[in-house]
Ligand binder design. Structure first.
Ligand code: HEM
Length: 469
């Protein structure tokens, strides 16, 4: 990797607008911009401009983009206590409340301790049957030769799964209300990230988006609070997240309040289904573009499953399926940019770069994953990069779709189980082809999704070769 500093010993970055800093170029093409910044060495400095300096009353406010895995490890793991998450826009704060994704310090530790045992080992694998059932329920209705919106279909499956994980019951007719509320919320949150004016505009100003958001938010709140109250008044033996939260206590031994439980449930609902749905959507796109990989996947599924549904016991044998999942998360990491970190005190990174106190740090799985130094011919889809022999030659933190350190994704094992089982269930029965020739472009919203709904044509293997199904 190149040096962190230019010849004058200063960190450098691409030229920026004097008044608006790096924002205009970043807003226009965030993904391309992050890749271009790699030219400036281990750490690229991205000044925020004079306007931000006035508003923030800081001398030289800047974002620092880390391109070196050792620096990333330092910030996320080695010296993680020196870094907090940056403040979030008002709408995001209102939606997530004080759920585990957005808290810090002792409270965050306590929250993670509640969830860690739940998201490990046998407990996660006990959901295998549910995941395949939900997948079959959605895909059984796909007729041979028809065209489907694959992103929508993957969201249907992962939303049904997360709802059962959280509440132990089917989402049923609430699915539409929940999806609409989430979509509107995401648009408004994204707008508030992109525009200081949108961030400052109070919600009571009745713009169309504000009205839609407030309505959707109210409806989602009422569904979730109704479920919490119903379970409180009639407890069940259910092993879901709601039961876990109702049984949890704070350090004084007091049960969690309804607001605390609501915040965690909404956090898991939002963090835990769209990410996985987007990853799976990219899986189908990449497979459709790579017939050789698709054929090899078919061979593995035939050898391991021979037409039956996958179970948890099959997962360790679906090695190539897992490599496809990992390679997809490399090329299209749903969390394309981690939450901005802010340094509490000055820090010197392993690359030698110096970060001042209050530095805002960008860590982008998208740009790290496309670095040709660790991933030669980085834009090419090649699951072999995740063979055990290939993985050992790469440094830690050159690949981090689930983040790292004390804030590493809590749902990683669950997401992986879902990814592998949904891929195996669908791909052993169905071939999916892209319905049009247009290039599929990624759109970096809250998660990395395709810019336009991805239409795919269904070809049922079981209809053409009944014996192989
Ligand atoms: C492919 C799917 C997924 C991806 C790529 C993903 C990615 C991530 C990443 C990168 C972070 C860390 C963010 C940061 O440090 O700024 C994170 C945090 C988190 N994820 Fe996931 N996630 C996925 C699925 C899930 C699922 C299925 C769940 C729950 C069932 C979940 C729950 C969480 C939670 C609660 C956190 C916050 C952890 C903390 O701050 O302590 N995620 N996820």
């Amino acid at each position: 990797m190149s040096s962190p500093a230019n010849s004058s010993g200063m960190l450098s970055g691409p030229p920026v607008s004097r008044w608006l800093g790096f924002f205009p170029e970043f807003k226009t093409d965030s993904l391309g911009y992050l890749l271009r910044c790699r030219e400036y060495g281990d750490v690229a400095k991205l000044p925020m401009g004079t306007l931000a300096a006035w508003l923030l009353r800081e001398h030289d406010p800047a974002m620092y983009l880390l391109n070196n895995p050792a620096d990333v490890r330092h910030v996320l793991v080695v010296n993680q206590d020196n870094y907090t998450k940056a403040p979030i826009p008002p709408v995001e704060a209102r939606v997530f409340g004080r759920g585990v994704l957005h808290t810090e310090g002792a409270l965050h530790h306590r929250q993670r301790r509640i969830f860690l045992p739940y998201f490990h080992g046998d407990h996660v694998s006990s959901y295998a049957g549910l995941i395949t059932d939900m997948t079959v329920e959605v895909t059984d209705s796909w007729q041979d030769g028809t065209t489907i919106d694959i992103g929508h279909a993957m969201t249907q499956i992962t939303l049904s799964v997360i709802w059962r994980l959280l509440f132990g019951q089917d989402i049923g007719t609430d699915a539409r209300t929940v999806t609409e509320a989430i979509t509107t919320g995401q648009h408004l949150i994204k707008l508030q990230y992109d525009s200081v004016f949108a961030r400052l505009m109070p919600l009571w100003i009745p713009t169309r988006l504000h009205r839609e958001f407030s309505g959707g938010h109210r409806r989602l709140e009422s569904i979730i609070r109704r479920l919490i109250r119903a379970r409180r008044s009639a407890p069940t033996q259910s092993q879901d997240v709601l039961s876990l939260l109702l049984a949890a206590t704070d350090p004084e031994g007091k049960p969690l309040s309804e607001d605390e439980i609501r915040d965690e449930l909404v956090t898991f609902l939002l963090a835990g289904h769209e990410t996985t749905a987007n990853a799976l959507t990219w899986v189908w796109c990449l497979l459709a573009q790579s017939p050789a990989v698709r054929a090899r996947l078919g061979q593995e599924l035939h050898a391991v499953l021979n037409g039956r549904l996958p179970t948890n016991a099959d997962v360790p044998h679906l090695r190539y399926t897992k490599m496809i999942w990992e390679e997809t998360l490399r090329l299209y990491p749903p969390a394309w940019l981690l939450h901005t970190r802010v340094s509490r005190a000055d820090d010197t990174l392993p690359s030698g770069a110096h970060l001042p106190s209050g530095a805002r740090v960008f860590i982008s799985p998208w740009s790290l994953h496309r670095n040709p130094q660790w991933f030669p011919d980085a834009d090419r889809f090649d699951p072999e990069r995740f063979s055990p022999e290939a993985v050992v030659h790469r440094p830690a933190f050159s690949y981090l779709p689930f983040g790292g350190g004390g804030r590493r994704c809590l749902g990683e094992s669950f997401a992986e189980l879902e990814g592998i089982l949904i891929m195996a269930t669908v791909a052993s029965k169905i071939h999916l082809e892209l319905a049009d020739e247009q290039p599929v472009l990624p759109d970096p919203l809250m998660t990395l999704r395709p810019r336009h709904p991805m239409q795919m044509t269904v070809s049922r293997i079981d209809a053409h070769h009944p014996s192989s199904a």
